[in-house]
Write a protein that binds this ligand. Structure first.
Ligand code: PRP
Length: 213
């Protein structure tokens, strides 16, 4: 194990915002702004190395120890239950998991509900909690199409601004769970690199408290 803090950042706008938090915590790596195709950046002086990772893959890197810490959406943590520590709610990347349906949808509780989603486990748990029988249709994207084409009755998906739903004549039918970005840590890194990880977590917690004042 090296003595660097290996950080998996979610590629995209959220990742940029999260990097700024690490930077303010004293883990700057100016080279990160210079090249937008490179995937690894390090600053040995600050003992930090960053990887740009597909957002839905961050938890895998952290669970397996390829990264010590990372930032993942609560949706991914709930769906895949990776064996990691969840250290902080970053109070950003906020959206909600919701059931959505065509505007004229009326539920008939006597019938098995056909639900299209990427989030099979979250969906099963949610409807099991309601005691409702469902038929899950697992899709990988463009979930909004399913009820429009009659492939499903409803969808379970992430809603941020609501624009995607609106543009496709769908609306939120029920809320499932609020989502935000979380700082996660590999379990053994948390023991062996505790000082580095606590330092970054502490500073980011202070930054968040400062903003929400
Ligand atoms: C999510 C989700 C919706 C959209 C909702 O997709 O699946 O399609 O965002 O956002 P809105 O309420 O602001 O319109 P995302 O952009 O994460 O990409 P994905 O389809 O690859 O999951």
């Amino acid at each position: 194990m090296d003595n660097m803090l290996n950080v998996a950042l979610p590629k995209g706008r959220l990742g940029e915002k999260v990097y700024a938090m690490f930077e303010r915590a004293g883990f700057e790596c100016p080279a990160i702004h210079e090249n937008n195709r490179k995937l690894i950046f390090e600053n040995p002086e600050k003992q930090v190395r960053y990887f740009w990772v597909k957002p839905s893959d961050v938890a895998i890197y952290v669970e397996r120890g390829a990264a010590d810490v990372g930032v993942a959406g609560k949706d991914i943590l709930l769906e895949y239950s990776p064996d990691v520590y969840e250290l902080l709610d970053l109070d950003t990347g906020k959206c909600r998991m919701a059931v959505a349906a065509p505007r004229d949808f009326r539920d008939n509780p006597q019938r098995t509900l056909r639900v299209a989603t990427k989030f099979v486990n979250i969906t099963k748990r949610y409807y099991a909690g309601l005691g409702r029988d469902i038929d899950i249709i697992k899709l990988n994207g463009s979930i909004e199409l399913a009820p429009i084409l009659g492939l499903s009755d409803v969808i379970v998906d992430i809603v941020e601004t609501g624009t995607t739903l609106r543009e496709n004549n769908l609306e939120v039918f029920e809320e499932v769970v609020p989502i935000s970005a979380r700082l996660i840590s590999n379990k053994s890194s948390f023991r062996f690199k505790n000082e580095l990880i606590e330092r970054v977590a502490q500073s980011i917690a202070e930054q968040i408290a400062e903003v929400s004042k």
